[in-house]
Design a protein around this ligand. Sequence first.
Ligand code: HEC
Length: 138
Amino acid sequence: MKKIHLISLTSLVLIGLVLMAFSFPQDKEYGPEWEIPAKYKNMENPYKGDKGLKNVGRSIYMKHCRSCHGNRGTGNGAKARMLDVKIRDFASEEVQSHTDGELYYMSIIGRDEMPSFEKKITVEEDRWALINFIRGMK
Ligand code: HEC
């Protein structure tokens, strides 16, 4: 009898440990610094400061970006925990210090786990509305 108790106790502890390992977020790291082609760096945002595009930017963000980047751009979207790499907070100095053109490259061209949206967001005005929206997240 005692032996059986011990075995079931041990398996319970083991099951508990396995569950814990899966529920705790793993230690993830940010991807390396982005290498952005020169032609994007100084790309001009033709819609800079266009407040009329705010709702357009928001709705595109909610449709395409929120699932990973989260409601407020902090990087805690529902899908984020399934990714290998950590997502930077849009409000951070690190993201905000990029030029609009650099944000455009990262948002539309992407790399690795950051998907490309070249075929999903095709209208230039929509793309910049999105960049403006990210700019407003600080
Ligand atoms: C499938 C999840 C996913 C979706 C959807 C997604 N992203 Fe990302 N995004 C990422 C990941 C992961 C990174 C970090 C990639 C890296 O460092 O290699 C990232 C990085 C970025 C960055 C650079 C900041 C950083 O963390 O390095 C910007 C800007 C960005 N995404 C914008 C967007 C925009 C705009 C959309 C919607 C059009 C979007 N993302 C949709 C996963 C996603």
